[in-house]
Design a protein. Sequence first.
Length: 94
Amino acid sequence: MVRTLAGIVAGIAAAIAIMMSVEAIGHEFSPAPGMVITGSADPGQSLIALLFPVFGWFLGAMVGGWLAVRLSKLVWTAWAVAAAVVVGTLIGDL
């Protein structure tokens, strides 16, 4: 039981760290809020910046789930981490 909970908690912590890291990298590709862009701005650059959070959520859920399974030896713990990522994403969007 303790091993299962430790796996889930470690998986969620790893998922959060990875999501934050990937999104921080994505902020390098997007202008600051309220910043006026003059000249020829590359529209593909803003699309890349929008895809970074989605990639971060996916990568965070995958790595966090992998870590939870490795620590707890139970496959369903990956689903618990993935559910935590989805719930956290939905709550953050409200």
